[in-house]
Write a protein that binds this ligand. Sequence first.
Ligand code: NAD
Length: 472
Amino acid sequence: MAAATPVEDLAPTLQRLRQAWQQRRPDYTQRRDDLQRLRAAFHARLDDMAAAVSADFGHRSTHESLLADGMTVLAELDHMLANLRRWMKPQRRGVGWRLWPASAQVRHVPLGVVGVIGPWNYPVNISLVPLATAIAAGNHVYLKPSEYNPRTNQFLRELLTEVFPEDRVAMAVGGADVAAAFASLPFDHIMFTGSTAVGRKIMAAAAPNLTPVTLELGGKSPAVVGADAPMATTATRIATGKLFNGGQTCIAPDYVLVPESRRDEFVQALRNEVTSRYPDIEHSPDYTTIINEGNYRRLRGYLDDARARGVDVVPLVQLKDPQQAESRRLLPPTLVMQPGDDAKVMQEEIFGPILPIRTYRRFDEVIDYINAHDRPLALYHFGHDRDEIERLLGNTVAGGVCINETLLQYACSNLPFGGVGASGMGQYHGHDGFVTFSKAMPVLRQSRWTLSDRLKPPYGGFPAKLIKLLLR
Ligand code: NAD
């Protein structure tokens, strides 16, 4: 396992990246070449990638790694490669008749060196997509991925060393001490993905340098089952969102709000779905275990807390050998029925295969509940009642909304991805990411001859008439 990067090496590395960037900013050809080489090298190692991620998780579904840490990265790279030339073109802007005959444009110029700090749950995707987007925007990048994924970090180091010279992309590894020192470096931008609590620390560490931050955080994302939701499809899609990667997904539906009259129907549909997906969950290659003991204990603690409050805790599959499952940190999909707001499972982001179910009678209760809590990263709705959907969209604020589906809002490169309020600030993916890692630099160009030369004292006479005209 690689030793942590010595804290005293961080600032000199940033200095090296910045000097190289100042000497030669990557032009279109360089950026395109970098992205193409990254794509090719990554594509050639997808199996190694999935094996490394799985080793860090204890067990991680290979197919889910190929989708979430493979396909999404390739899709973003393809989108960048197809659009980069257009994104880099200066955009003409009108000046209005008062500034005639000047002309105006906006150029998206790189910021310099971007620091990227990543989480453990999608350790490849959430390292490479921000990194590649910052490269597309013409920056150099210093990456600090999560310390919970040593094998994946080794994979990332080998990949990045093969593709990039060390003065264009560098990588640091280590825990909270290295991360804290990293966040206090004078970057030109910091892109952080992780918990809301650490997000606050990142912003505080960046403040003395006035380093702008993009914070991709977590929180509790509701899934609202509408009055007319087709139940089997709804259960299928909520099960995918909740159980993909063992529920360790920032945009997983955290809890479900379901009409009281449809609760039992929903629970049955979900049970059918889980049974057909994992007929023998303890030996299923498709079910991902919990990343580490700390997170496994945290999740078990939510269930213990609910039971202690007299709340019904309903596992959706029965384990044959619970002790063996525990030793592997395998937590079966489990429902928590109608927990109160004070239950831990309703207070903290779950980040595991536990699904609280709360019922409602009137749709207003749904809107009031969502608005009484932190703004969610994702908001899901199931059903086809347009009025109901519009009421939800018109009366709530969320990082992103997905209707009759889960997770795929993340996979659409044409949509900005990012939270709001406690779930984050700023956005990336596709063009929105390119803009985040650029300065939109306005350029106003005056022509040889212009009336503004006459707008000077003494203002009497012609300038006064001109001012009168401008005030029309
Ligand atoms: P975390 O906040 O514990 O750690 C994330 C990163 O921050 C790690 O690299 C860690 O080393 C670093 N870090 C820790 N202490 C630090 C400090 N004091 N200063 C600077 N950096 C520090 O998060 P995690 O447990 O790795 O990931 C889970 C969280 O991430 C969940 O809340 C989840 O919702 C969120 N998440 C959000 C998104 C998104 O796109 N919005 C995606 C994935 C995960």
